[in-house]
Each structure stands twice: as C-alpha cells, then as structure tokens.
Design a protein. Structure first.
Length: 599
C-alpha cells in the first residue's frame, strides 16, 4: 500500500510538472506568434511572387490563426479571391518584384467568375511590363484557364492537363429518401426553379437542362475564346480538342502539338528557366515570395489614404435568418447582422458611397427581403452599387436588385427569380419503420400544422396553404425586382420563373447594368457620389483568430466535430446534413438550385 501511494504521488507530481512545462511552452509560442504578427516582409531585388493554385478559392477567407497550425486542424488550402487579387496588384506595383511564377494544380474555384477575375488580374500584371510563367504537374481545367494568361506555360515531363469542357452530373436523392421512409414535399413557383428536383425527382427536368446548357455553353465560349487568344489557337480548335481522345490522358508531346503548352520540364529545370528570366547566374538563389509574404509586404513608401471613403461591403455565402450553429462550415449572410451593418454604414458620415460585393446563391426569402429593405434605406442617404461575384442569384439577386447600379462579371451566374418551400415528411421513417406514434389534443384545426407537415401521413390542406404562401412570396419578389429595375411585374415574370442567367445574357434582359469588375463598381460608386478623390475600406472586418477561438459557432466557422463527421460519413454527409438543414431553414427559400464551383 505504501508503494502504491508513493507511485501515485509521483505520477500526480509528474502530470503537474508536465502541465506547467506545456503551459509555459504554449504561452511562449503564442507570445512569439503575437510578437511576429505585425512583422513586415521586404521584397529583395529580383524577387518573384510564387502563386500556388492548390486547394479551394472562395470569395474571402477569415484568419485561420496559429491555433489551426498548432493543433493541425482546419483547412490550410483555403485561399481568398480578395487576397489573391490584392497580392497580384502589390506585385505589379513593387519594383523589386520582376514576375509571377504560377503553379497550377488541383484547385477548386467557387465559380467560373472567380477564376476569370484571377486571370484578368494576371493579364493586367503583364501590361506593367513584367512577366508571368506558369508550370504544373497536374493542371485542372479551371487552373489551366487561369494559367493560359501567362507569357509561357510549362508542364512536368510526366504531367497532365484536364481539358474536357464544362458540365457534369447532379445527384438525385429521391430514391435514397424513399428507402429511408422520407418524402420531400415541395411548393414552388417558377418552372426553372429546380432546387427541389434533387429530392423530388430522379432525373433532370427539361427546363433545368435548358438553363444549365445555356449558361455552361456561354462560359465555355468565353473560356475557349480567351484561352485561344492567349495561346494562338482558335476557339473552334480548342472546342474540338476538348472532344478529341487525343487529350484524354495525352502525352506532353500531344499537349505541345496542340499549343496548350510551350515546353515540358522537370521542376529543377524550371528553376533555370526562372533564373534566365531574372538574368541571374545558374547557381544564384531565387528570391521567392509566397501569397502570405505578399500580404505582409512592406511597401517601398507609405501610402496615405486620400480623399473620401467608399465602403466595400462583402456579402457572400448562404442567406440565413440566423446562424445554423455547428452545422454550416461556410460563411453565411445573416439577415439581422447584415441589416445592422448596412444601417451603420448609412449613418456613417465618413462613408460617401457603398459597394456591395455579392457572391451568394440565396437562401431565406425572409432574410433576403430584410436585407433588400436595408439597401433601400441606405440608398436614401448615399449611392449603392452592387458588384456581383461568382453568383448573385435568387435571394442573392433580391438583395442586389435595389441598388442604384449593378456591375457583374461576364461569367457571373445571376437571376433565378423564384421561390420554393421544401419540407421533409418523416412519417414513413418515424411511424411506419420505427413504430413511433403520436397522439394529443388541440383547440383548433391547424394548431399542430408543423407536426402535420413533418409527421402526418395526410396533410394536403396544410400543403395547399404553404403553396399559397409561396405564391405570395413570388409575387412579392416580382414587385421588388420591378421596383429596382424599372420594370412591370409582367415584364419581370417573363424573365423570372426561377431561370438562371449568365451575366452576358442578363445584361440584355435588364437584370444587370454593366459587365465589369469590383474596381469598375467602385469607379461607378465614386461617379454617382461625385467624388474626385477616394479610397476604399472593406466591411465587415475579417474575423481574427482570437474571435474564432472564443466564439467559433457564432462566427459561422463550424466545429471540429462537424469536420470529423464529414470525414466519417463521406458521400453521405451531404444528404444527411441536407435533411437536417432543411428542417432548420426558413420555410420560404429563394435559393440557387445547384453549386457553380468548378475545378
């Protein structure tokens, strides 16, 4: 017994000592991180900005902070479009940076427009007289589109290029839910409003096929024309190549013959190519700057912000009434929060105009209308210009249409003016399969209408009223668009019906005013506000890692448990989470029917 207590006390003491040492080391680590947080990187003479296109590129990313690095959690391959564009502009203006070295890889862009904006920025960089070289081992199609903007494009000796055209299959979960005893009930307005089809049909409707073919063909024509201009190949030749078996697991000789690349090299040979481009010796070190280096770059001279302030307000992600805590790892547009933000901008006398950067496929129709109304109030005090990113559709279009002016990227997906209500009925699962029954008393016929929707075998009366509610929501959507765009309800209805439009086509039906970039939208805002000299400030401020650590759910970053659940469920994660989210979401939805992310 004496030995037992001796060993137990020794163990306890050991744990205490290790805890103290661990705490001290952790504190020192954080102190080092905090001390180095404000450090600036200086560009040495003959530097190269190395931009690695690998991972996921979305509208904006939050600060992942040191916690993710210390614990080995989080996605370190997330890149923000805003950061990439900023870095390219900084590289253009920094005289010590002579060029950009692109590494094309397996990258997913949240939309075709995101890839286009990076490509346009690279072309603008080249106009400064500097060079862009691109290289890759495995270059996916969207990254190839971006890399084709380079002066020269190289591939690994054993590399491959994915070049096959746009499109793909959608998953229809109706059969799975039927086996589970779950039946989705849909109330919708708009023959093109196809969001509900993934859980109510087993195949694609003719209307959905029509709209998808239209916007995909439009984007493909843009891509082949732009790649062709850069690579000295006609768009028709590129279109033919995409259908030719020669490019299906082709050799590098085939790629070179097709003018898709200039040469094939091994990675170490590319270093010599860069050295020749820089005009330095074959043994000299290449001064390289990463994306994070560029964002910490110390400017050659401090630039003081001059003139009046234009606020650039980022509204991206799903539109929700409130944060769906722990079930949504993506950024969201929370209705009440966004309204409060816009009202603060309205009351800020230092802000002379607002540019809303919208990248959203929509969501809650109620939250969307609240944000639209806030834009209307904001407009009474200062000009509002919308800059559409990858997608500004359905609810994303509703929050945009009231602006004084709408600027869209040529490959922006927009429109989708329609409404639906989608409710899963679990009677087959809960009662018929699991044997759970329900009983109770009510004072009125529809006291238990929510139970009827979700669990009752027969609920046609309630669904009739849900359809009426949806019809009224659609009529209101038409009124809102008509008011913002100067059209009658009938005119809007002709181009609505839930139809998705490519921005180049949306321009012709008055859904947007101008094709252009965020910079073009800022210029228009300055023009409307009659500003001669101005600068921009981004809102809301990015959430720093300390706030994420203290309040991760409320900031919409999801949870570690959610990430682990995603790994465990694999392909089943989406349908399982979709079922849960459909129960939590607002009954009335204005949402794009599918993802527009591309690889």
């Amino acid at each position: 017994m004496k030995d037992f207590f001796k060993y137990m006390m020794a163990t306890i003491c050991g744990i205490i000592v290790l805890s103290i040492i661990g705490g001290v080391l952790l504190a020192l680590t954080f102190m080092g991180i905090m001390a180095g947080g404000d450090s600036k990187v200086k560009a040495k003479e003959n530097s190269v900005f190395v931009l690695k296109l690998n991972g996921m590129v979305s509208e904006r990313t939050e600060d992942s902070g040191p916690l993710s690095m210390l614990l080995g959690v989080g996605d370190m391959n997330q890149m923000g479009l805003d950061d990439i564009l900023k870095a390219i502009r900084l590289a253009r203006d920094e005289e010590n940076i002579k060029g950009i070295y692109l590494e094309g890889g397996v990258t997913t862009y949240d939309s075709p427009a995101t890839a286009q904006q990076i490509r346009d920025a690279l072309l603008d960089f080249r106009k400064s007289g500097k060079w862009v070289l691109a290289y890759g081992d495995q270059i996916m199609q969207s990254s190839y589109y971006v890399c084709s903007a380079a002066d020269s494009l190289f591939l690994n000796q054993t590399g491959m290029i994915d070049f096959k055209g746009l499109g793909g299959k959608s998953m229809y979960m109706t059969g799975l839910y039927e086996k589970l005893g779950v039946k989705y009930q849909a109330a919708r307005v708009g023959k093109y409003k196809s969001y509900v089809e993934s859980v109510t049909r087993t195949d694609m409707s003719a209307e959905d096929r029509e709209q998808r073919e239209a916007y995909l063909q439009g984007i493909w024509k843009q891509w082949t024309a732009q790649i062709g201009e850069s690579r000295g190949v006609s768009a028709a030749q590129l279109d033919s190549l995409a259908s030719d078996s020669i490019l299906l697991f082709a050799s590098v000789a085939d790629y070179q013959k097709a003018h898709l690349i200039d040469r094939a090299f091994y990675p170490e040979e590319m270093k010599q190519v860069m050295r020749r481009q820089l005009g330095i010796g074959k043994d000299q070190e290449i001064n390289q700057l990463s994306l994070s280096d560029m964002l910490s770059l110390k400017p050659a001279k401090k630039v003081k912000q001059k003139g009046d302030k234009i606020a650039v307000y980022y509204a991206y992600g799903e539109i929700v009434d409130e944060m769906l805590s722990g079930l949504n790892t993506d950024h969201s547009i929370v209705g009440s929060t966004t309204v409060d933000d816009l009202m603060r901008l309205a009351d800020d006398d230092n802000v002379k105009a607002v540019v809303m950067r919208v990248n959203s496929g929509g969501g809650s129709a109620v939250a969307s209308e609240q944000i639209w109304h806030a834009v209307e109030q904001l407009k009474l005090k200062k000009p509002v210009v919308v800059s559409m990113g990858g997608v500004a559709a359905s609810g994303g279009y509703m929050i945009s249409c009231g602006a004084n002016h709408i600027v869209a990227e040529p490959s922006t997906i927009t429109g989708s003016i329609g409404i639906f209500g989608l409710v899963p009925n679990l009677n087959g699962l809960v009662t018929e399969k699991l044997g759970i029954t329900w009983d109770g008393v009510t004072t009125n016929k529809f006291t238990d209408y929510e139970y009827d929707l979700v669990f009752a075998k027969e609920n046609s009366d309630v669904m009739k009223y849900l359809q009426g509610y949806t019809d009224r929501g659609y009529e209101r959507f038409l009124e809102i668009v008509g008011q913002g765009r100067g059209m009658t309800k009938d005119q809007v209805n002709e181009i609505a019906q839930g139809r998705v439009w490519l921005a180049t086509d949306a321009l012709g039906v008055k859904l947007v005013d101008q094709l252009g970039s965020l910079d073009d939208a800022v210029k228009k805002a300055a023009e409307l506000a009659k500003l001669q000299e101005y600068h921009t400030t981004a809102y809301p401020a990015k959430v720093d890692w300390i706030d994420q650590l203290l309040d991760s759910d409320e900031k919409g970053k999801g949870t570690y448990l959610d990430a682990e659940l995603h790994k465990a469920l694999g392909d089943l994660y989406e349908p399982v989470m979709q079922l849960r989210l459909d129960q939590l979401r607002n009954r009335l939805q204005a949402r794009l029917p599918y993802s527009v992310a591309v690889e």
